[in-house]
Ligand binder design. Structure first.
Ligand code: B12
Length: 316
């Protein structure tokens, strides 16, 4: 009986990993759906230091965040998936106004949710009596910690999950399901070693020596997640980044392994990448709607007025 169960687990695991590859996920690892205790302590310390700024949602649903069984009854396995998004095309080099690589194409939430639901359907068809839930960024799920536990990589000093031989330009997402599978070993080592390049280069000093990212100082918090307009008098500087920031990832030596995404999962929004300085500065609401809103760009995370404010701050 026991052997039968473990051979079923193995078959299910192999099928899930093969299907994930077919659907375009670059990495797939699986961890048992246990409570996260070490992470909880670090997270609470992070909150107590007010590193979350005004992202009030990070201070809510704490019990769910560290206990997958509260997200899904009888949760047994967390399937952690990663997709490379390193783009094949660069932004117009003459443009002063920078956007983060994660915004070069279609919104990853939309692209990955669809793929996750296909994978979940496949698991239902294959294994019958299974319940599961799919997550991309949208719920209280510790995505980087699960990826580390599922053996994908380690959490670097820059606060990003780094995959050896690949780097950190990957999106993460998960399925939590109520059947047991074969589990991967957690990624044990932190391979950042003595390197402190990301800490030194971050122009706003957002990364502490212990590897805590203080979102309140992080450029991508200031220009995306902080919904208020930037107060120039508070000394905030966006260092030419109008949406997100890649400074701490571009400098990371592990990202020399980054290879351009070749499955065209997210596409390339040429209209945005090719904008000249003048076009950025004169961006009208109509252009915002046609270039950003109507193209399912992740840049719709900020309203037109916020984008204009970011451009204004960078213009000086
Ligand atoms: C809030 C948030 C932010 C905040 C805070 C950033 C941060 N580093 O946490 C802001 C707005 C600044 C942000 C920015 C970005 N984000 Co963001 N963000 C999130 C979000 C929604 C939650 C992350 C979170 O809980 N942070 C709070 C901190 C405390 O948690 P944590 O870093 O996970 O830390 C825990 C563990 O790392 C662990 N830990 C860390 N180090 C160590 C060391 C030891 C020894 C131990 C024991 C434990 C440990 O303990 C910590 C506490 O529990 C996730 C999605 C999700 N649901 O997970 C995306 C996510 C982390 N973001 C993502 C991305 C792409 C970005 C940007 C690159 C976007 C951009 N280009 O502008 C930047 C990168 C900035 C940076 N250097 O981190 C990706 C990262 C992919 C990856 N490879 O890691 C995620 C996973 C979204 C996704 N689905 O793909 N983000």
């Amino acid at each position: 009986m026991r052997t039968q169960k473990s051979s079923n687990n193995k078959i299910n695991t192999n099928i899930i990993k093969k299907t994930a590859k077919k659907l375009g996920f670059d990495f797939c690892g699986i961890a048992p759906a246990t409570k996260l205790t070490t992470e909880k302590h670090r997270y609470e310390k992070w909150l107590s230091m007010k590193c979350h700024g005004k992202m009030g949602y990070l201070n809510k649903n704490l019990s769910l965040r560290f206990n997958p069984s509260l997200l899904l009854d009888n949760a047994r396995s967390v399937i952690s998936l990663a997709v490379n998004y390193y783009p094949a095309k660069k932004q117009n080099p003459e443009t002063k106004y920078r956007i983060s690589k994660y915004a070069y194409g279609k919104d990853y939430h939309l692209v990955l949710k669809e793929k996750l639901l296909h994978l979940l359907d496949h698991i239902y068809e294959q294994s019958g009596n299974v319940n599961g839930r799919a997550f991309v960024d949208s719920a209280p799920v510790m995505e980087k910690s699960w990826a580390q536990k599922a053996g994908l990589g380690w959490i670097g000093k820059n606060g990003c999950l780094i995959i050896p031989q690949y780097g950190s330009f990957v999106f993460l997402c998960e399925l939590i399901i109520d059947i047991e599978l074969e589990y991967d070993k957690p990624f044990q080592k932190n391979r950042c070693g003595n390197c402190t390049l990301c800490i030194e280069i971050c122009p706003s000093g957002a990364i502490s020596k212990e590897g805590f990212v203080n979102a309140q100082k992080c450029i991508s918090y200031l220009n995306i997640e902080m919904k208020d307009h930037i107060d120039e008098n508070a000394g905030h500087n966006l260092f030419n980044w109008v949406f997100g920031c890649d400074i701490c990832q571009d400098i990371c030596p592990w990202n020399r392994f980054a290879r351009p995404e070749n499955k065209n999962l997210f596409g390339i929004n040429k209209k945005i990448l090719d904008l000249t300085n003048k076009q950025w500065e004169n961006l009208s609401k109509e252009k915002y709607i046609s270039y950003i809103k109507n193209t399912n760009s992740v840049m719709t995370r900020i309203k037109y007025e916020k984008l204009k404010n970011n451009i204004q701050i960078c213009r000086k």
